[in-house]
Design a protein around this ligand. Structure first.
Ligand code: GDP
Length: 195
């Protein structure tokens, strides 16, 4: 996809701040440091629009990025950060559940998993929420450049098994470093917009 415009819109901490123009939204969920910001930057071909290694304590903040006046990427706070308190963890859970349950323009959630590691408990919980709310999802295994190609399929199998994923769930292999998976992921997003 050719990017003509990509813009940071808002760090929303309350639902009243979410955009009201009803453009389709694609949310990204994953643990801190998994590479969500790098993935957004690679998708929109900007070096630094999405802040890499964003502040982990901000458990309520949804970062909205608008692309080509056509869709939003919504970056969820990274979860699993050790220094986050129990209260913050609960706030995160409530915010995400409300969002997933109510957010009309939400078209799909990209569950971002580091291809090298088994999904965490939080990843598994997120997966279950998505199923529970019946939200279309795509699993994106990022940092693919960090392991040999010969091991990709083995790791994907392990990741799907740990998530107890549906065999039909789509998995996109991605690398923000090399650009692997960018075209495929854009195809997934654009075809979802037509659903
Ligand atoms: P976030 O916390 O999920 O937004 O993660 P970041 O995008 O800040 O990435 C965390 C670290 O992983 C940074 O040092 C990135 O440069 C690195 N990283 C992210 N994606 C990739 C990737 O696909 N390949 C490699 N080799 N490194 C990556």
């Amino acid at each position: 996809m050719k990017i003509t415009e990509a813009e940071f819109i808002i760090s929303a901490v309350r639902p009243e701040q979410y955009p009201e123009d009803a453009l389709p939204e694609f949310a990204l969920a994953g643990r801190s440091n998994v590479g969500k910001s790098s993935l957004i930057n690679r998708m929109i071909q900007r070096k630094n629009l999405a802040r890499t290694s964003s502040q982990p304590g901000k458990t309520q903040q949804l970062n909205y990025y608008r692309v080509n006046q056509k869709l939003y990427f919504v970056d969820f706070p990274g979860y699993g950060y050790a220094k986050v308190s129990k209260v913050q963890r609960e706030q995160f859970g409530q915010m995400i559940e409300t969002f997933l349950g109510d957010r009309e323009p939400l078209k799909m959630v990209l569950l971002i998993i580091d291809i090298r590691h088994a999904p965490s408990k939080d990843d598994c919980l997120m997966y279950k929420w998505l199923r529970h709310y019946n939200i279309p999802l795509t699993i994106v295994t990022t940092k693919a450049d960090k392991i040999p190609k010969s091991q990709w399929q083995k790791h994907i199998k392990m990741i799907k098994e740990t998530l107890e994923a549906d065999p039909h769930d789509r998995v996109v292999l991605f690398s923000s470093e090399t650009g692997l998976g960018r075209d495929e992921l854009w195809e997934v997003l654009l075809s979802q917009m037509e659903e």
